[in-house]
Design a protein around this ligand. Structure first.
Ligand SMILES: [Zn+2]
Length: 108
């Protein structure tokens, strides 16, 4: 689901990349919407709020693991805090294997 921007770019530009909408679809706020969407789907399927919550946690875990994998693939990282901070952040800066594009994490 976070890579819906790739499908949009393929239809509009013919390229299978994240480029244009990545800040909108790859952030923590979008994972909240994924959580709510997964709960809604879980409730429709099970008609039980407890089971819907499990589906929500599963959907959010999948979404956040996708962000971590994209962070490994993209050298500059993801726009994890997009509405608040409009620059890519790499969560693997401390490992020394990835290039940090900003100084946001270095400050803390
Ligand atoms: Zn992605």
């Amino acid at each position: 689901m976070p890579d819906i921007d790739t499908l949009y770019n393929y239809v509009t530009t013919g390229q299978l990349t994240h480029e244009n909408l990545m800040p909108v679809t790859h952030n923590v706020l979008a994972s909240y919407f994924a959580f709510m969407f997964a709960i809604w789907i879980g409730y429709i399927v099970h008609l039980n709020m407890d089971k819907a919550a499990y589906v929500g946690v599963l959907g959010t875990s999948a979404y956040i693991s996708h962000l971590l994998l994209d962070d490994i693939v993209h050298e500059s990282g993801n726009y994890c805090l997009f509405p608040l901070y409009n620059h890519p952040i790499s969560m693997f800066t401390n490992l020394g294997t990835m290039h940090a594009s900003g100084d946001f994490l270095i400050v803390f």
